[in-house]
Design a protein around this ligand. Structure first.
Ligand code: SF4
Length: 293
């Protein structure tokens, strides 16, 4: 248990301090394409920020967010029964050690718990994998500004994809600024408001640059990407030619009478990490080349 908690708290530290490789690559590509003076200046500040965070071992953004874990747990993973407690203990430890900003407020007390633990937080979404002997844990640090953009709605199916695109653009043009652009845009499509919302969040967990396996969903990603770029919100909302790190669409089949759409954003400091842990506690960090926990 101690070793599992140590691994997980160091993993949380890495996610808070170091941007994932795919996010860094995408930011570098966007910075080369940006044409506006202020946009270029913002990228320059971002890269200074990223470098200093690594050098000093401090979080890349002061808002270290609320911790959300998405756990694919193999039923034969030796530590499966310990995972909920280990995640909680690692959150407490990382909050003190890194440190992470205490961000958890109990809504009916208006009181910050001070340790990033609260009712149903850290959030854990479970997915059970029969007969596998590993756990793949994705951590997303959900910052306040980037979470403020979130929205979901159930449309009548007659709205079609035109209605989906209009809703996404309406949300992004109203609140996208809060998500510290260039942001990653996640769009979920399903039956109900909560399934569309969670799919939009899961869309943010996909590697940047990946496309949906369904060519029609991939086309929707491309169309939304081009339309959002056309808004010219620019880095940090100061105007410019680069606004999005990417657009990821995830979907489920839907009820014939509904077309639900969810929107989530991940900011430029898109802190999403993955650790795959085997039963002997050997681990892989697919988004952090060379990192040792
Ligand atoms: S939106 Fe992201 S980069 Fe901006 S303050 Fe929030 S966590 Fe930090």
């Amino acid at each position: 248990m101690n070793e599992l908690v140590r691994l997980l708290s160091n993993f949380i530290r890495t996610v808070a301090i170091r941007l994932p490789d795919d996010v860094l690559t995408a930011l570098k590509e966007l910075s080369l394409r940006e044409r506006s003076y202020w946009g270029k200046a913002v990228y320059s500040l971002m890269f200074d920020n990223i470098k200093l965070a690594l050098e000093k071992g401090v979080p890349v953004c002061q808002d270290t967010g609320v911790l959300m874990f998405f756990i694919d747990a193999g039923t034969n993973f030796s530590y499966i029964n310990m995972l909920p407690e280990a995640v909680r203990a690692a959150t407490l430890k990382a909050t003190e050690d890194v440190p992470l900003r205490p961000n958890v407020v109990e809504p009916f007390d208006e009181r910050n718990t001070g340790n990033n633990i609260g009712t149903r937080l850290p959030w854990i979404e479970w997915n059970i994998i029969p007969n596998a002997d590993y756990a793949e844990i994705t951590l997303y640090l959900a910052g306040g500004g980037t979470s403020l953009t979130g929205n979901a709605k159930v449309l009548p199916p007659a709205s079609g994809f035109k209605g989906v695109i209009e809703f996404v653009l309406d949300v992004v043009s109203s609140y996208g600024l809060n998500a510290c652009p260039p942001f990653l845009l996640g769009v979920g499509i399903g039956t109900t408001v909560e399934t569309a919302a969670i799919l939009s969040k899961k869309a943010l967990l996909r590697p940047i640059g990946s496309t949906n396996h369904n060519p029609k969903a991939a086309l929707l990603e491309k169309i939304i990407y081009e339309k959002v770029c056309g808004l010219e919100i620019g880095p940090q909302g100061l105007g410019g030619s680069t606004t999005v790190l990417g657009v990821n669409v995830e979907y489920s089949a839907r009820h014939p009478a509904t077309l639900a759409v969810g929107v989530s954003t991940g900011c430029w400091a898109h802190r999403r990490g993955v650790i795959r842990i085997k039963s002997d506690l050997a681990y892989e960090l697919p988004f952090y080349k060379g990192e040792v926990l």
